[in-house]
Design a protein around this ligand. Sequence first.
Ligand SMILES: [Zn+2]
Ligand SMILES: [Zn+2]
Length: 259
Amino acid sequence: MRRIDYHLHTYYSADSKAKPEEHILKAIEEGLEEICFTDHHDCLDGWRLKYEPYFEELLPLKEKYKDQIKVKIGIEIGIDMDGFEESNTTALNAPYDFVIGSIHTINLQDITQDSFYGTMTKDEAHANYFNVILNCVKNIDNFDVLGHLDYARRYGPYENRDIDYAKHQDIIDEIFKTLISKGKGIEINLSGIRRFGQSLPGYDQLKRYYDLGGRIITIGTDSHDTEFVGMHVDKAIEMLQEIGFTEVATFTQRKRDIQ
Ligand SMILES: [Zn+2]
Ligand SMILES: [Zn+2]
């Protein structure tokens, strides 16, 4: 299984100061075969990707290091039904290799903020979150993999933020089936391992996706700092192989590379 990192942020994202070239050098040092930059674009002021300078900086770097590592240029688009048009068409603005569709906002409200949760109990918040994802993946087409399926477990004003998956499995299964039928995939996001020892999603949901027929999967560290590039990729590969996956997906110009 190829060692890749398909979720990287740089100073083109509002929440990162990392330099693209430093990410590439770290990825080479880590012995990665391929990486993809996926800077943020969300339907909020301050979070829209300025793709012209982004490509202007990344294309020469891709060329400069081509004998050492494959570098792809992608984007992580915030998908939100209240920004339907923008969520659905942003990927068409520039010739991206790969697009992650992620829920960072619901009704254009930032779900990382405690204020978003109001009087919702944790189970209500999680049911709402997964229903919103299902609605988005049904209606929004312009992405290749769904980002960090259970991102909500990182946020909310709850003492214990763990998701009670059994309570939401039907809806999660619908999300997986919708993605599979649309020829889209998921990612194993390693930011959770760094924060609380588990990937997003964890082993059980990855296995569920596989058992339902899901085979398209990417590995991403979601690094906003160079030190995390490539971190825990081997752990991800081990988990994926244990479940039965035989390969990770990579993309060129929005098409899956043939292995
Ligand atoms: Zn994200
Ligand atoms: Zn990200």
